[in-house]
Design a binder for this molecule. Structure first.
Ligand SMILES: *Cc1c(COP(=O)(O)O)cnc(C)c1O
Length: 403
């Protein structure tokens, strides 16, 4: 059977904001994906840390189809059971007491930034509106979130940016101390930097941010859009630091592939989003929340969270062995099932060549900038899938950097 559409149609009908790989995936099962020609790929990318339980998980298919047969959408003029179930789980398992649902990471962050500004406005007045974030950070693609994000390539060329935003250096508390003041309303940080290369915040840094924000009546906002929902081996990455933020955002892995985002906060702060202050048409949609609730029920267990560390070590050992045979890499950074494999400086810019070679060998990986291969596989990837993926990764690396 000839498919009606192929990769070649992309340039004809799509805005060229992406450069999709050469093959076109049509089906997935566990950590394997098949393309139009029936060729299989091992999925070490996880749809950018989204398909946290792999593809076609029977429990998620059941959750989605059960809800699909009941109720799709009612709007926020009503509440619904799946949204309440998911919010209840989120507040039981975290520091948070209240949840606001959105449809993406950027939207969850938009809500977080607006809440932080609103709280400061209500409590202290107009002057307290400054936001500090970090160079190299990523918070989404709306105008507010690219402005708070610390990568100029995403925010320049779109006209005036929202004002009152400055960028400190990650893992450098002094650089924050220099910028923070009584005018600061919030510090937004990824506890582990994702897009910027999988760089874990040090405990001193993260704990120091908690003290600095408290001393300046500023809110601490953790963007856990990528690090959350078990990715690091904890349900949320902040849980390994012994402190809690005031606001946390979560998205990507929360839906297992269904678009969803959420902003979590305390009851006291949540009051500032009183009726009509913020909103969304689709946030809290029953279909998305039914899947999200099931995703969380499965992942928030000792078996799955504990398994993340075991699987991560298996992959890290395999990558270390490849790096020994093909010494093109500087270091492997990882936090749970989240890897940033940094090329040596003499191979700067060649991560995309490794990605293309991986595609040829039947392996899906990601990039984090031009010099880092990123991987964020399913949290329940099997040993057999891991070993097959590592074998394909070795062949890909060998083809780009032959010894
Ligand atoms: C992906 C990501 C976002 C943006 O999420 P979208 O769903 O693409 O809007 C924000 N913050 C972090 C840390 C991310 O990794």
């Amino acid at each position: 059977m000839t498919a009606q559409f192929s990769r070649a149609d992309f340039e004809r009908v799509m805005v060229p904001a992406y450069a999709p790989q050469a093959f076109l995936p049509v089906r997935g099962q566990g950590s394997r994906v098949w393309d139009q020609e029936g060729r299989d790929y091992i999925d070490f990318g996880g749809g950018i840390a989204v398909t946290s339980l792999g593809h076609a998980h029977p429990a998620l298919i059941a959750a989605l189809t059960e809800q699909a047969n009941k109720l799709w959408h009612v709007s926020n003029i009503y509440t619904n059971e799946p949204a309440l179930r998911l919010a209840d789980h989120l507040v039981r398992s975290t520091f948070a007491e209240r949840v606001f649902f959105a449809n993406s990471g950027a939207e969850a962050n938009e809500a977080a930034l607006k809440l932080a500004r609103r709280v400061a406005h209500d409590r202290f007045g107009e002057d307290k509106h400054e936001i500090i974030s970090f160079k190299g950070s990523f918070h989404g693609r709306t105008l507010f979130t690219v402005s708070v994000g610390g990568q100029a390539k995403y925010s320049s060329g779109f006209g005036p940016r929202p004002a009152g935003i400055s960028h400190a250096s990650f893992n450098d508390l002094d650089s924050v101390a220099k910028l923070i003041s009584k005018k600061t309303c919030a510090v937004m940080v990824e506890p582990v930097i994702g897009e910027g290369g999988i760089i874990p915040g040090t405990p001193e840094f993260i704990q120091g941010l908690r003290e600095l924000t408290r001393a300046n009546d500023a809110l601490l906002v953790f963007d856990e859009v990528q690090s959350g929902v078990g990715r690091t081996g904890k349900l949320y990455a902040y849980q390994q630091y012994g402190i809690a933020p005031d606001i946390l955002t979560t998205a990507k892995g929360l839906g297992g592939g269904i678009p969803i985002g959420a902003m979590l906060t305390t009851a006291e702060l949540a009051k500032h989003f009183s009726v009509g202050v913020h909103g969304t048409t689709f946030g809290g949609n029953p279909l998305a929340c039914a899947v999200g609730a099931r995703v969380l029920e499965i992942i928030d267990t000792p078996e799955v969270l504990g398994g993340v560390t075991v699987r991560a070590e298996r992959i890290a050992r395999g990558i270390a062995a490849i790096a020994e045979r093909y010494p093109a890499f500087e270091e492997l950074r990882y936090s749970g099932l989240w890897f940033g494999w940094q090329l040596k400086s003499e191979h700067a810019g060649r991560a995309k060549d490794v990605m293309a070679a991986a595609t040829r060998e039947g392996l899906m990986v990601l990039l984090a900038g031009p010099d880092v291969i990123r991987m964020a596989p399913s949290l329940i990837i099997s040993d057999a899938e891991i070993d097959e993926g590592l074998a394909r990764l070795e062949r890909a690396v060998a083809s780009v950097f032959p010894v």
